[in-house]
Design a protein around this ligand. Structure first.
Ligand code: OMP
Length: 266
């Protein structure tokens, strides 16, 4: 069974393409959490309790946990254990943007996919398809490859053209036509570049995209959904991190974003 089925089942169960980003930067946590023994975990638990009803997926950017050293990793693991015990059907993404020579990638796989137990992780294609083989082989896990990222400077390399085709397009073509033998690949397509997302959709058929850039980065929901939705009215994992978790009412923000996405998902 393709790994994306877990995500799609959850999408159907709660009628949502929303991914809540637990980018739980310690410095930004409310003061009452900072005083607790496990501040990031307790904050995550509260956000999960408030938003799970609307979230098909959660994405944890590992940087915010690694940044606290051993304690952050411990609380990341506690968060994963909490998900496993309470919400085993939620699709869990580690935003890690890893990618090294093949042998080294096995270490990332052991830590992120096996020990932490994520369903999927983000990887960079910069070292080439050969280096990513250990990721591609993991048919039980989703491997999310950066194609067109949401940041303002993403074009510096990703838009460079080779024989008239930008690098983001070449990555999408490789992922769809060469690398996806185990049907476990996804792509990152930022909400801030809907035109490019529409092109990537044409290349990749039904493939699912992780879509950051909604909320704090200003991506447009209507343009995003119209550009990226696949024939099955799914195929998007629409992430918002700061716009939900650091708002005054995370539950309302999650509910509102699910509804807004669904409005254009017809
Ligand atoms: P907010 O801007 O707070 O919603 O957070 C966006 C999240 O998505 C952060 O964790 C980023 O690291 C991540 N991200 C992007 O912002 N742009 C990308 O192109 C790719 C990612 C990602 O891989 O998730």
């Amino acid at each position: 069974m393709p790994v994306i089925d877990k995500y799609n089942r959850r999408v159907e169960k709660i009628n949502s393409l929303l991914c809540v980003g637990l980018d739980s930067d310690f410095e930004k946590l409310p003061e009452e959490f900072k005083k607790l023994e496990n501040p990031q975990f307790e904050f995550n638990k509260k956000i999960i309790e408030e938003t799970n009803e609307f979230a098909a997926s959660f994405k944890l950017n590992i940087a915010f946990y690694e940044g606290r050293g051993q304690k952050g990793i411990e609380e990341l693991k506690m968060t994963m254990d909490y998900f496993r015990s309470n919400f085993p059907d939620i699709f869990l993404i580690c935003d890690s943007k890893r990618g090294d020579i093949g042998n080294t990638n096995r270490g990332y796989i052991s830590f992120i996919l096996d020990w932490l137990g994520f369903d999927a992780m983000t990887v960079s294609p910069y070292l080439g398809g050969e280096s990513l083989q250990p990721f591609f082989e993991r048919e039980d896990k989703g491997i999310i490859i950066l194609a067109k990222t949401s940041n303002p400077g993403s074009g510096e390399f990703q838009d460079l053209e080779i024989n008239g085709r930008p690098i983001w397009k070449i990555v999408a073509e490789k992922a769809a036509n060469e690398w996806n033998k185990k049907e476990n690949l996804l792509l990152v397509a930022g909400a801030t570049y809907p035109e490019q997302m529409a092109e990537i959709r044409k290349i990749t058929g039904e493939m699912t995209f992780l879509v950051p850039g909604i909320g704090a980065q200003g991506g447009d929901v209507e343009a995003t959904v119209k550009a990226g939705i696949n024939d099955g009215k799914k195929g998007l994992i629409i992430n918002s991190s700061r716009g939900i978790i650091f708002s005054s009412n995370p539950r309302e923000e999650a509910k509102k974003l699910r509804a807004e996405v669904n409005k254009f998902r017809i």
